[in-house]
Ligand binder design. Structure first.
Ligand SMILES: C[S@@+](CC[C@H](N)C(=O)[O-])C[C@H]1O[C@@H](n2cnc3c(N)ncnc32)[C@H](O)[C@@H]1O
Length: 417
């Protein structure tokens, strides 16, 4: 049937609450708009910006049935380059951090995730913007990954700076208390109470202190109990620099209430947004990389999300057939192939297609009704999708392994009976 490619910038996905918004944009471009829309309304901001590493970061994309079955991506694609001159980097960060202060509510908190490279400079910058007295913590996230250095001590921690906006900040340590399973108080005397609970005691300064082993403990500013994502972790999306959801759970649970607004201006693979959704917080995410949008969309399938992203440029070969049933349209995907010569390799069959959706164009947005996603259990893409007959223009959206996506209008007269 006839297809007409259209350049949409807005997609409205229906799902469950909480709701969220994602903008594919350069942070400095969108910041003035965000400040206008969310000034003093954000409870918690987490930023995991580039660390000024001078490196390039990629994604390993899963292609077709073979990769989805094995769980390993075979296509390496550049996501972003962390190589801007240091003055430009610092100028960007100053504007972002100043903007964050305006975005935070009076009870709000800012978390800035960095490493040894920019720690000193960004901390002084934050002292300047937020005020030295508003630094609450320098959190050390210590992990055990990779090899060991021989010419200096291996760098096995990141730093997360925590600033409050005002003295009336919200923070709930109890919400992130946990029961320590090993290595606790073992220099103390062990007892068992009449109910069989184990406790330890110690005498100090003439007083006896007792601690039950199953008492919850509050995290300190050294987080060595949240491990970095291992190679085979099911959370892994293939996106370099992806952080574990458990890290964001601790930040979001302690620093916001259900229903509060959480923001991440360097959203990457969307870890903050996933954690916020899970913890019933509303969320706003921003990232400039097209692959960020690609991964975020696949991770936020369950929630109400508005996506804003610039249209992609391209003209892949796409063929579909449409059928009309009683009260529904059925769309069959016959072909999706990249433009000849495009991409680092030739993809066979539907391998270049990552996912697709059918829906309607209504009130300026694409609203998906049914989508086909590959997964480990269904590595082959579903080629038939059904759409209930509603008002609006029927459309399809296709997304490929190059991180591009395209919208097409379906001509209602082209559906076969
Ligand atoms: C360290 S990664 C964030 C990873 C993320 N925390 C996660 O768990 O996946 C930094 C992100 O900042 C994005 N980025 C870099 N410069 C940017 C800019 N000027 N505007 C918006 N995003 C930017 C990159 O595309 C990258 O996704």
């Amino acid at each position: 049937m006839d297809l007409r490619q259209v350049g949409l910038t807005y997609e409205r996905q229906s799902g469950k609450d909480p709701s969220g918004v994602y903008y594919q944009s350069d942070v400095l471009q969108i910041l003035p708009f965000l400040i206008q829309a969310y000034r003093a309304r954000v409870q918690c901001i987490y930023l995991d910006p580039p660390f000024a590493t001078g490196k390039r970061f990629s994604i390993r994309v899963k292609v077709g049935e073979k990769d989805w079955k094995s769980g390993r991506g075979s296509l390496d694609q550049l996501v972003y380059t962390d190589r801007q001159p240091i003055e430009d980097y610092l100028s960007m960060m100053r504007q972002v951090l100043q903007g964050c202060r305006e975005l935070l509510s009076d009870s709000g908190l800012l978390y800035l995730h960095i490493d040894y490279r920019m720690n000193a400079r960004l901390r002084l910058m934050l002292d300047d913007i937020f005020g030295e007295k508003n630094l609450l913590n320098e959190i050390v996230w210590a992990y055990q990954t990779g090899g060991r250095a021989k010419h200096f001590f291996s760098r096995k921690h990141d730093t997360i700076l925590l600033y409050r906006k005002t003295r009336n900040y919200y923070f709930d340590i109890k919400s992130v208390a946990y029961v320590k399973t090993t290595g606790r108080n073992n220099h103390m005397k062990r007892h068992v109470d009449p109910d069989g609970r184990i406790y330890r005691s110690i005498r100090s300064g003439g007083k006896v202190y007792t601690y039950y082993e199953d008492d919850p403990v509050y995290p300190t500013d050294v987080w060595d109990d949240v491990s970095h994502l291992q190679q085979k972790d099911p959370q892994r999306t293939g996106y370099d620099t992806q952080k574990p959801v458990a890290l964001l759970d601790r930040i979001i649970c302690s620093s916001s209430r259900p229903g509060d607004l959480v923001m991440d201006l360097f959203a990457g693979s969307g870890t903050t947004l996933v954690s916020a959704g899970k913890q019933n917080r509303r969320f706003v995410g921003v990232d400039c990389a097209p692959y960020s949008f690609h991964v975020v969309r696949s991770r936020l399938k369950e929630w109400n999300v508005d996506y804003y992203a610039p249209p992609c440029i391209g003209n892949p070969a796409l063929r579909v057939r449409g059928f009309t049933g009683i009260g529904y349209y059925e769309v069959e995907l016959l072909e999706y192939a990249l433009e000849s010569g495009l991409g680092p390799r030739v993809f066979s069959g539907m391998d270049a297609l990552d996912n697709w959706s059918v829906g309607y164009f209504r009130d300026g947005a694409f609203e998906p009704f049914a989508s086909a996603w590959r997964s480990r259990s269904t590595p082959n893409i579903e080629t038939h999708l059904r759409l209930p007959v509603f008002t609006g223009t029927p459309m399809i959206r296709v997304a490929d392994v190059l991180g591009r996506y395209f919208f097409y209008e379906l001509n209602k007269d082209g559906f076969e009976i």
